[in-house]
Design a protein around this ligand. Structure first.
Ligand SMILES: Nc1nc2c(ncn2[C@@H]2O[C@H](COP(=O)(O)OP(=O)(O)OP(=O)(O)O)[C@@H](O)[C@H]2O)c(=O)[nH]1
Length: 123
C-alpha cells in the first residue's frame, strides 16, 4: 500500500485534487487545538470530497494530547461531518503522536487496520 502525504499549507493545496482522483481513500488530518483554522479545514474538506461522492473518508482529529484540543464531538460538528452523506464510508479518530514516534497508541493501530481494509475493499 502506498501513502502520499501532501502538506496542508497553501502552496501544496493545488496538488490535493490532482492526486485525490487516483487515491483509494482520503485521510484528512486536522489539528484539534487549532480552533481558528477549523472553518478553513471544513471548507477544504467538503470541496475535496465533493469531487468524488463515494471515496471513503478517514479523519484524524490529531493533537488530542493538548489541553486546548477540541473533543471529537466538537471536531465532528466543526467539520460538519454529518453533511458527508450516507453513500460514503466515513470514520473519525481522535489521535495523538509522540514527538519521537516511540509510542504508537492503540487507536493508531486500529486506524491502520481500518485503512488497510478500506484500501483492499476499494481495489
Ligand atoms: N502535541 C502534539 N504535537 C504534534 C502532534 N502531531 C504533530 N505534532 C507536532 O506539530 C508540529 C507540526 O507537525 P507537522 O506534521 O510537520 O505539521 P503539518 O501541519 O502536518 O504540516 P504540513 O504537512 O506542512 O501540513 C510538529 O512540531 C509536530 O511534532 C500531536 O499529536 N501532538
Amino acid at each position: 500500500m502506498e501513502f502520499l502525504e501532501i502538506g496542508g499549507s497553501e502552496p501544496y493545496r493545488s496538488y490535493w485534487e490532482k492526486y485525490l482522483s487516483r487515491g483509494l481513500l482520503l485521510i484528512f488530518v486536522v489539528d484539534s487545538a487549532d480552533h481558528g483554522r477549523l472553518p478553513e479545514a471544513k471548507k477544504h474538506l467538503h470541496r475535496l470530497i465533493g469531487t468524488n461522492p463515494v471515496l471513503p473518508l478517514v479523519v484524524f482529529a490529531n493533537k488530542q494530547d493538548l489541553e486546548s484540543a477540541y473533543p471529537i464531538a466538537d471536531i465532528h460538528e466543526a467539520l460538519a461531518l454529518s453533511e458527508v452523506g450516507n453513500d460514503r464510508k466515513m470514520f473519525l479518530f481522535g489521535t495523538q503522536v509522540t514527538e519521537d514516534g516511540s509510542e504508537i497508541p492503540w487507536v493508531m493501530q486500529d486506524a491502520r487496520d481500518l485503512i488497510a481494509q478500506l484500501a483492499a475493499d476499494a481495489q
